[in-house]
Design a protein around this ligand. Structure first.
Ligand code: ADP
Ligand code: MG
Length: 677
């Protein structure tokens, strides 16, 4: 099975090189190189029935071979075949070398497009095949594979056929027979044969379902084992006396929403348990995840541990610091911020405070996971807006404390199927309702010509005491150009409307400058913030109720939803203006989806439909597991079946050792990557 393709009949060193381009190295790779679709070439027609422009298969005996030259440089080989109803000419353009193989009297299939001219029936032949051979290219459902330059579909199909003929029986059945039976799925050899050369589309689909089920099952087994091992490590049980939690809650200006209540209980249970917490909290923008993070930190401190909160941007880290400091100081919890603007001396002091335990709670960007940082006794590590971090960053915080509990929070809601596969190693909680009284953000898509109206509206709201954001279009090419663009926009607006106070924000500002700008914005000294997407996540200024997004169609849906989430955080009706004239159809669709939906889960679903799971924002580098045939959107029901079956197998592992080992072997690279982190 693992012998190089080169040694297969019909493949030599040259074709082996071409196959390599398709990532096919071994015979096994060939057998597992599945067609992207099938073409039904099974309608065999009589010559007399042929109509112009139809694409079909014809079978006949070769009665004539001639070559004509209608133009210089154009040679047409015409191969006449006859059945009992007439003669049709298969046409081959500039392929004189075929002359030799079409010998008179042989029976051949032509598959191609019919062209009737005067009294002659021609077929522009796409594929031909001799009758003595078992038909694989014509007169049946034909598999269509992705090919590469210089490797024709026909050649690849033949090579795969050879591989199947010779080696299919060597493939071992990985799935236990009782499971196959339970779900009515075909055995592997049948499935492979039917995937490549099915007798019917139904059989092909059944074969596909079997392979998809297997892929999902293997995945869930591997990830389930991984999780089991994680949970076997001794954890820290975090149970306090409840006092600090109580005082914290009593000082909050609001009551927890039922959704927050529910998730908090889930987190509390994890913390109390004697195994490490690995939980993802999903909730739409503005659903109030920060309080859940705060509560987890309070619990850690209450039980005598430290807590850490990592945010993806300086702005957000600082905001968390200000908020939590305000909430925590009255109950005696000491918070420090590990910010980029600290002088070396101050930084050293903060490091000391973390190390000797003076700091109960530490907040920062990924500066938190740098080498200088040592905790005295870290009990809980929280990662906010985790989709902005890579997998390795997310988990290296975990290593800081030996067996620490980790909580990750994401405002990029993804459907449950995706969450299961992308965050298979995490338990998932969902904050599924917003705090009461939130009004949906009114969203309008406005063409560039009319953008004055949006600005006029913004300025009117500002005159009434509100605040707003203007988000500069995305410049993907370079950070420098992005800064230039936002600065230009800021200068233009300041000049044009000097009676308002404008602020400028972008990623290249020094940390201290960013702090100052945000401080002034929070205090309403800055009324309108002109910014790049650095404000995309987490920023919370409830008095801001209008956001203008320039050239909005350039952003992806998830990002637009995040950016829009900067408003709609307070009591005031909020508005979002999406400016610009989309240059493509997808852009238009995105604008319409944004106008229509406020709910992040809905938007994620639409995004999924538009772009497919691989492209969904935030999932790309989160260690997404790639499936060969499975499509987690289309194959949802199989995904859940496989999950159920995997849970069952892991509970009765002694009876299923073989498949569990296979799964671990298949995914050992991925698992060790997770483990490393
Ligand atoms: P996100 O989930 O996007 O991180 P935040 O935690 O920033 O949301 O919360 C958004 C806003 O909602 C904040 O101003 C916060 O104070 C407020 N908030 C959070 N929970 C509640 C609640 N239970 N009732 C009322 N307001 C709340
Ligand atoms: Mg947040």
């Amino acid at each position: 099975m693992d012998i190089p393709v080169q040694y297969l009949k019909g493949v030599g060193p040259q074709k082996a090189k071409l196959l390599q381009k398709l990532k096919i190295e071994t015979i096994k790779d060939l057998i597992f190189y599945f067609p992207k679709r099938y073409e039904d070439r099974s309608f065999l027609k009589k010559v007399s029935e042929l109509k112009s422009d139809e694409i079909t298969t014809v079978l006949g005996k070769i009665v004539e071979v001639k070559e004509i030259t209608p133009k210089t440089k154009l040679k047409i080989l015409k191969v006449g075949i006859s059945d009992d109803s007439g003669i049709a000419y298969g046409c081959f353009f500039n392929q004189s070398y075929l002359k030799k193989i079409f010998t008179l009297g042989k029976k051949v299939y032509f598959y191609g497009k019919v062209e009737k001219r005067f009294f002659e029936t021609n077929i522009n032949v796409y594929e031909y095949e001799f009758w003595e051979e078992e038909a694989i290219h014509t007169n049946r459902l034909v598999p269509i594979y992705s090919v590469t330059e210089n490797l024709s579909p026909k050649v690849l199909r033949q090579i795969i056929k050879n591989a199947l003929d010779k080696h299919l029986e060597e493939i071992n059945e990985p799935l236990p027979l009782d499971i196959l039976k339970k779900y009515g799925l075909p055995e592997i050899t049948t499935a492979l044969l039917n995937l490549h050369f099915p007798e019917s589309l139904e059989l092909a689909e059944l074969a596909r379902r079997r392979m998809v089920f297997e892929e999902f099952l293997m995945f869930f087994l591997a990830i389930g084992k991984f999780k089991e091992n994680l949970e076997k490590r001794p954890g820290i049980s975090i149970i306090g006396n409840g006092e600090l939690e109580k005082s914290f809650l009593s000082l909050l200006p609001f009551k927890l929403t039922p959704a927050q209540e529910k998730v908090w209980n889930e987190i509390k249970e994890d913390l109390a348990a004697n195994k490490p917490m690995n939980r993802l909290v999903q909730g739409d923008v503005g659903s109030g995840k920060t309080i859940l993070a705060a509560l987890a930190l309070v619990k850690a401190v209450e039980a005598g541990f430290q807590g850490a909160l990592m945010a993806p941007t300086e702005i957000l880290a600082e905001q968390h610091y200000l908020n939590l400091n305000r909430l925590f100081t009255p109950i005696g919890i000491k918070v420090v911020l590990l910010s980029g603007s600290l002088s070396p001396r101050k930084r050293e002091a903060v490091y000391q405070a973390i190390k000797n335990g003076y700091a109960d709670v530490v907040i920062g960007t990924h500066a938190l996971i740098q080498d200088g940082v040592t905790f005295k006794n870290l009990g809980v590590a929280i990662v906010d807006e985790q989709h902005r971090f890579g997998v390795d960053q997310r988990s290296s915080l975990m290593q800081k404390g030996l067996f620490v509990n980790q909580l990750v929070m994401s405002a990029t809601p993804i459907p449950r199927t995706l969450a299961l596969t992308i965050y298979g190693d995490l338990d998932v909680s969902v904050v599924d309702t917003l705090p009461a009284g939130r009004k949906p953000i009114r969203t309008y898509w406005i063409s560039s010509q009319d953008k004055g109206k949006a600005y006029a509206f913004l300025l009117k709201q500002v005159a009434e005491g509100r605040q707003g954001y203007v988000v500069c279009p995305l410049v993907e090419e370079s950070d420098k150009l992005q800064v230039e663009a936002v600065t230009k926009l800021y200068e233009f607006l300041t000049k044009k409307f000097p009676q308002y106070s404008w602020g400028l924000m972008h990623g290249r500002l020094k940390a201290s400058e960013k702090e100052e700008v945000m401080e002034n914005f929070r205090k309403n000294k800055i009324q309108i913030l002109v910014s790049t997407t650095v404000i995309e996540v987490g920023v919370d200024v409830p008095n801001a109720n209008v956001i203008i997004i320039e050239d909005a169609w350039r952003f992806g849906l998830a990002q637009l939803h995040q950016i829009r989430g900067r408003v709609g955080r307070g009591e005031h009706q909020s508005y979002c203006f999406l400016l610009g004239n989309p240059k493509n159809q997808e852009g238009i669709v995105r604008m319409k989806i944004m106008e229509k939906y406020n709910d992040g889960f809905k938007i994620a679903e639409e995004d999924l439909k538009l772009r497919g799971p691989g492209e969904l924002a935030g999932t790309r580098q989160s260690g997404t597991w790639e499936f060969k045939l499975a499509d987690i959107v289309r194959d949802q029901s199989l995904l859940f079946l496989a999950k159920k079956e995997a849970d069952y197998i892991l509970k009765n592992e002694e009876n299923y050792q073989e498949i569990v080992n296979l799964a671990l072997k298949k995914y050992q690279d991925k698992i060790s990557l997770l483990q490393k982190n």
